[in-house]
Design a protein around this ligand. Structure first.
Ligand code: SAM
Length: 255
């Protein structure tokens, strides 16, 4: 496999085991009970089967963004899950060359997705007031991506001073309404705003405060995600699912 030092690799098997690790040519990769030799990775192609020292078999891939976020990112905060992220990027019209703001960065999981989608011509400005979290987010992103389109701002978003600047903005902060005036000023006219809140009380308060800050509310939505057991003879949902993550609110800046 064409792989450089420090690049990410995913080992996965039929039982749903997944592990994401950085590849180093002199470092054995510890899996469940056994290990894989780095030579075996160099000498195989993506998707090949590799047998670990304990006899268990794994397939080797370069991880998708989804798998990196779920199994590779070091979480120091709650993160935006892929089920929400997928919808957020469409509602906020995140694509090549867009200028996107985010508050707070947290562990950087959404920041990474935004950065990949706006690509070299776009720009992400992400605000995080906690320096430890910001440094962790930066490391998480740098392991996956070489893009240089993110500006990390280590300050409270309330102190920001942007005007008619962002095409879109996403907010994942406690008590988001304190910052609606700032976002409203920072967004271009017609710009897209999205936020996530965990409780219905916060949705209520957000509705009132958005309307008094030049926002037209477009949608309030909750996303359910039910996985199925991979068994063609007894096809049925998994017994346990994540019952609640948060409510998404989308709005547009109007006059
Ligand atoms: N969306 C992030 C992700 O996917 O990894 C997680 C965000 S986390 C739930 C919320 C973050 O906002 C925390 O890291 C917190 O330190 C940061 N934060 C809270 N209030 C802030 C503020 N006023 N300005 C900037 N960052 C803030």
């Amino acid at each position: 496999m064409d792989i450089n030092e420090g690049e990410l690799i995913e080992a996965t098997n039929k039982k749903g085991f997944k592990k994401i690790f950085q590849f180093y040519s002199k470092q054995k990769i510890q899996l469940q009970g056994g290990f894989i030799d780095p030579e075996d990775i160099i000498n195989s192609e993506e998707g090949d089967t590799i047998t670990a020292s304990d006899g268990l078999k794994y397939h080797i891939f370069k991880p998708t963004i989804h798998d990196y976020i779920m199994y590779g990112v070091k979480r120091q905060t709650q993160i935006i899950y892929p089920k929400e992220a997928g919808y957020i990027i469409l509602k906020l019209d995140i694509r090549n060359s867009k200028v996107v703001g985010e508050a707070g960065t947290g562990s950087g999981s959404l920041t990474l997705i935004l950065s990949e989608l706006v690509s070299e011509k776009g720009r992400i400005i992400t605000f995080e007031k906690n320096l430890d979290f910001l440094n962790n987010a930066r490391k998480n992103i740098e392991k996956f991506s070489k893009l240089q389109n993110i500006t990390f701002v280590n300050e409270d978003f309330i102190n920001s001073n942007y005007e008619n600047f962002f095409d879109s903005f996403f907010m994942d902060l406690k008590d988001p309404w304190f910052y609606f005036e700032k976002v409203s000023k920072a967004l271009k006219r017609g710009g897209n705003f999205g936020l996530i809140v965990p409780t219905t009380n916060q949705v209520n308060q957000s509705i009132n405060e958005l309307e008094s800050n030049n926002f037209l509310i477009d949608e309030i939505v909750e996303i359910f995600h039910r996985k199925y057991k991979i068994n063609p003879n007894r096809l049925r949902p998994e017994d346990i699912m994540t019952g609640h993550t948060g409510y998404l609110i989308f709005a547009k800046k109007v006059k």
